[in-house]
Design a protein around this ligand. Structure first.
Ligand code: PXG
Length: 296
């Protein structure tokens, strides 16, 4: 029989089929909590420090005190990987407000719940999409504003993303693109967006409500090192339709080209040269132990 994966919950390990939390957990009742999606390539946890920095920033904003220091959390992640003996994996790290009552007051939740789920590496977009590009649609659902349930905080409340994903599904395309309340391009449902115009690499600022993606930050530096001018500025839908190239970045997506948005063909309708170069470089750097934390 295949050995079951082990899931970390509050310092203990449980087989996957037995990994359970209370129905009174405010992560379930109210989406009150935060998470990170992290990848492990060849025994190196890619940008673990950056993911933990963002996790602790998210909890700082929502005033949730994680019961582990960052170094204890690092150890918990590494131990979970070792217990599961996985060198290529996907990590879902979740911290919820914990068990409370049926009222939403977080003061009723004395102890946060810390969960670390490890799965073998998932491939959300296959080789064909990475080669040919994705299709996308701009959603009628606007990105939550930065003075509302901002996606700068990677909270468990993903209804804003899910509503747009439903639009993508019903339109028969791969991904949804959000605009912010002003009408500027923001991001995808679970990835950041970039456009290339006249060899400039352009991405919207987080003030549109986009997540400060870790892949986004790394790809911006990569593009700079390759000699491209990288600009963070507002992008209009018209500019996006008329870009030379468009691509998404994210932990799960990595770097993935977009060939069509709301039935408008982007550039030549196939993966552009800048996107291709960045995909190749990204694939190279994720194998570098200096890009993350070694499981040892
Ligand atoms: N924007 C949003 C709203 C996200 O949720 C990104 C951008 C990309 O950020 P990173 O730091 O990953 O480069 C995300 C990432 C999933 C899944 O299961 C979602 C994310 C990460 C991993 C898996 O769809 N969100």
């Amino acid at each position: 029989m295949k050995k079951e994966l082990l899931i970390y919950i509050n310092g203990k390990f449980y087989p996957k089929s037995d990994a359970k939390i209370s129905v009174y957990d405010h992560g379930l009742l109210y989406g009150d909590g935060v998470f990170e999606g992290i990848r492990v390539y060849n025994g190196v946890v890619f940008k673990l420090k950056e993911h933990l920095d963002r996790l602790y920033q998210s909890t700082h904003t929502i005033m949730l005190q994680i019961p582990l220091t960052k170094s204890e959390m690092t150890q918990a992640v590494l131990e979970t990987l070792k217990k599961n003996n996985l060198k290529n994996a996907y990590i879902r790290l979740i911290v919820t407000r914990g068990k409370g009552d049926l009222g939403l007051d977080p003061r009723k939740c004395p102890k946060p719940t810390v969960i670390i789920i490890i799965e073998p590496m998932i491939q959300i977009y296959g080789a064909e999409v990475k080669e040919k590009g994705m299709t996308a649609t701009i959603s009628w659902v606007k990105r939550d504003a930065v003075d509302a349930t901002t996606h700068e905080v990677k909270s468990l409340n993903y209804m804003n993303s899910i509503l747009a994903k439903i639009e993508a599904n019903t339109a028969g395309v791969d991904e949804a693109i959000y605009l912010d309340k002003r009408g500027f391009v923001c991001e995808g449902s679970s990835d950041n967006i970039f456009m290339v115009k006249e060899r400039k690499v352009v991405t919207p600022p987080v003030s549109t409500g986009a997540l400060a993606g870790i892949t986004r930050n790394r790809v911006m530096k990569l593009a700079e090192n390759l000699g491209y001018t990288v600009v963070e500025r507002n992008i209009t839908p018209n500019e996006l339709f008329n870009a030379d190239e468009v691509f998404f970045t994210g932990t799960a997506a990595e770097v993935v080209p977009v060939r069509e948005i709301n039935k408008r063909i982007i550039g030549d309708g196939k993966r552009g040269p800048v996107t291709k170069r960045l995909m190749q470089e990204f694939e190279r750097i994720v194998k570098d132990p200096n890009e993350g934390t070694l499981i040892s």
